[in-house]
Design a protein around this ligand. Structure first.
Ligand code: ACO
Ligand code: ZN
Length: 160
């Protein structure tokens, strides 16, 4: 477990912690996934699927994937890190946990040879957009009707 501060610890999610992570997703986001999807992400990129714990209790998570894609900052094929989902329980927000989860993920992506990181976010999700901007992400695209309720997504990315 990484030791970012006295308040919480961040480390790779263990199999037995998967359900707690899923429960945070159910409480915090409208986008849900099958157990198989979670397991696949964890199997493929274990060091990029993290949980944050406060007093031993999981209060946040991040799920990431490494993808082979055309780079936005060039025309060659590059490995990109994809932030699939990140969330922190409401009572634990604004303590730097979201930021820490993304920073550690970018470190893991870099070690896997990723040159860029990207994500999609609801255009109304101001707190998440603020967090990503603070971390140096910029909006590169808008995808209309991306979410099931018809809301558009911003694609945000940055080099790593
Ligand atoms: N209002 C304005 N700015 C904010 C807010 C907010 N409510 N929340 C975060 N920020 C910005 C601030 O600049 C903040 O720094 P500061 O506190 O020093 O001002 C900075 O982001 C860092 O915030 P953290 O404390 O690291 O973020 P937190 O741990 O609160 O997690 C998160 C942010 C994950 C977006 C949280 O609000 C959350 O879980 N929201 C619900 C789930 C969600 O929307 N997830 C993202 C979906 S998109 C995706 O998953 C790819
Ligand atoms: Zn995505």
């Amino acid at each position: 477990m990484n030791q970012p501060s006295a308040d919480y610890l961040v480390g790779a999610v263990k199999k037995e912690e998967l359900q707690d992570m899923i429960n945070i997703n159910l409480k915090t986001l409208p986008e849900h996934y099958t157990d198989d999807f979670y397991l696949e992400l964890i199997q493929k990129f274990p060091e990029g699927c993290l949980v944050a714990k406060a007093n031993g209790v999981i209060v946040g998570y991040i799920l990431n994937r490494v993808e082979l894609n055309f780079g936005s900052f060039g025309l060659n094929l590059t490995k990109k890190g994809h932030v699939v989902s990140v969330a922190v329980l409401e009572d634990y927000r604004r303590k730097g946990i979201g930021r820490r989860l993304i920073e550690l993920s970018m470190g893991a992506m870099r070690k896997r040879g990723c040159k860029e990181v990207f994500l999609e976010v609801r255009i109304s999700n101001d707190e998440a957009i603020n967090l990503y901007k603070k971390l140096g992400f910029t909006i590169t695209k808008t995808i209309g009707g991306y979410y099931t309720n018809g809301e558009a997504a911003y694609v945000m990315e940055r080099p790593i």
